[in-house]
Design a protein around this ligand. Structure first.
Ligand code: BES
Ligand code: MN
Ligand code: ZN
Length: 495
């Protein structure tokens, strides 16, 4: 999808479909009025006849209006509020897309310059809209014999004012890059787990590096992981026929002397629970347990498109969690890369195990900050549902930056407390720590576990168990979150 920004007059705009807004008071904006005047009040006549009420997301498609360069006019309702919420914008864009998809048009134009979204300026509004448009066209039909017909729509023009043209253009560029990152993340997540295993993820990272000079990828295999003492990662992988991989992506966008930002993603390509086997119902969705790793890969895709002038390291810590005669047992004690010993009381709490070795490994990069991303706990879905990611950390400034990035990117997170009082739940009679706490505050005790390995740098943990994919139903599938949040965080690090 190409986005174009034009500040020329809306009346002279040649397009297959010009989208105009109408509110519940049946008012057009200035651009709409210009068009209405040009076609001798044809639009007002439709409003008067009650053909559209202006309800949010309601649409009316008009053909052959006199004197217009636009082949069609699509009226879309924006409701009665003066300022739209992000949620309303998503609904609005999705109705517009539904019409676009039903037509075989190649281009369209949006006259949205006067549309105001709560707490968003022209840049932030266009960012949200362009991202919704590009992401809304995503399809995953690789494994269908009959493919969905590919959309013809190739170009969307934003009609902007002269003053806002630069902001709107850069918002489109960023929105498009973020949507591309999300699409990559969604593809990886939706991929079946017989195909998407740790070696497949390594291959994806290497492919990215082939296409981009600023990216280097190194893949650590079992032998190297053993030499490094990655006992926790290896313990998770040992029940599976799929070998583990630690994938290190090094993007150098600035001088070597600049400390990197580090993103660490949980890459469990299938989580059966191991010997602490999960119940069967819905177990297929545990293919999404590599959503953290996929979102780091997606964020790198965005980063590479935008060529941001910062240094970023991505670490994907990948394994398959399966039960077998060789699998880790509840009660096993392993030594992590940090030297801390862990009593594995529940083999289904494997995410923190693969993460802890990666979090120790990244110390060597002297990071400015480390953010790990993981579909870590079912408890996070109980606490926050599927709209909001969980956030914990050891550095208030970093946590604040991530919260703000989430709000700006419309990909929100909420902080859970990592108070010391929770730490004692991890006491073990036999090892330095246990890998699970009690039944209370499961997301926080998982965060506490990670915090034992992240004392040497500013660190935060995003629990995306609820947000990485939509579970069941017609909409089932990876969401591409938290690529917008992470990309925004990196955009905010520039300058
Ligand atoms: N990958 C799961 C967490 C999860 C569950 C994410 C459901 C999304 C939906 C993780 O590995 C896990 O199994 N966590 C356990 C931890 C428990 C054993 C302490 C959980 O949440 O039940
Ligand atoms: Mn698990
Ligand atoms: Zn898991």
């Amino acid at each position: 999808m190409d986005f174009l920004v034009k500040s020329s007059s809306v009346e002279t705009l040649k397009t297959s479909a010009l989208v105009l807004t109408v509110n519940e008071q049946l008012q057009l904006d200035t651009q709409g009025q210009l068009i209405d005047n040009l076609c001798a009040g044809a639009i007002t006549a439709h409003l008067k006849a009650g053909d559209i009420k202006g309800k949010l997301g309601q649409t009316l498609l008009l053909h052959n209006l006199a004197n217009l360069k636009a082949q069609r006019v699509l009226l879309v309702g924006i409701g009665k509020d003066e300022h739209l919420s992000d949620r309303s914008v998503r609904k609005l864009i999705s109705s517009v897309l539904n019409i676009f998809k039903s037509l075989s048009i190649k281009d369209a134009a949006l006259a949205f310059a006067e549309l105001t979204i709560k707490d968003r300026d022209a840049y932030a509004s266009t960012r949200l809209i362009s991202e919704c448009l590009a992401d809304g066209l995503y399809v995953f039909d690789q494994f269908k014999s009959e493919k969905a017909p590919a959309t013809q729509l190739k170009k969307i023009t934003f009609v902007s004012t002269k003053e806002q043209q630069n902001q709107v253009s850069s918002a489109c560029e960023h929105g498009k890059a973020i949507a591309a990152g999300m699409a990559f993340t969604r593809d990886l997540g939706n991929m079946p787990p017989n195909i998407c295993h740790p070696r497949y993820l390594a291959e994806q990272a290497k492919q990215l590096a082939k296409q981009h000079k600023k990216l280097d990828v190194e893949v650590l295999e079992e032998k190297q992981l053993k030499a490094l003492g990655a006992g926790a990662l290896l313990a998770v992988a040992q029940g599976s026929d799929q070998p583990p991989r630690m994938i290190i992506m090094n993007y150098q966008g600035a001088d070597k002397s600049q400390q990197p930002y580090v993103l660490v993603g949980k890459g469990i390509t299938f989580d059966s629970g191991g010997i602490s086997l999960k119940p069967g119902a819905g177990m297929d969705e545990m293919k999404y347990d590599m959503g953290g790793a996929a979102s780091v890969l997606g964020t790198f895709k965005t980063l590479l498109e935008l060529q941001l002038p910062i240094n970023v390291i991505g670490v994907l810590t990948c394994a398959e969690n399966m039960p077998s005669g060789g699998a880790t047992r509840p009660g096993d004690i392993v030594t992590t890369m940090s030297g801390l010993t862990v009593e594995i009381l529940n083999t289904d709490a494997e995410g923190r195990l693969v993460l802890c070795d990666a979090l120790t490994y990244v110390k060597r990069f002297n990071p400015q900050a480390v953010v790990n991303v993981a579909t870590l706990t079912g408890a996070c879905i109980v606490a926050l549902g599927s709209n909001t990611s969980g956030l914990m950390g050891n550095n208030p400034e970093l946590v604040a930056s991530l919260l703000s990035a989430g709000t700006k990117a419309s990909d929100v997170a909420w902080e859970l407390p990592l108070f010391d009082d929770y730490q004692e739940q991890l006491d073990s009679p036999f090892a330095d720590i246990a890998n699970i706490g009690g039944p209370k505050a499961g997301s926080i005790t998982a965060g506490c576990f990670l915090s034992r390995f992240t004392k040497d740098y500013p660190w935060a943990h995003l629990d995306i168990a609820g947000t990485a994919w939509i579970s069941g139903g017609k909409e089932k599938g990876a969401t591409g979150r938290p690529v917008p949040l992470l990309s925004q965080y990196l955009l905010d690090r520039v300058q």
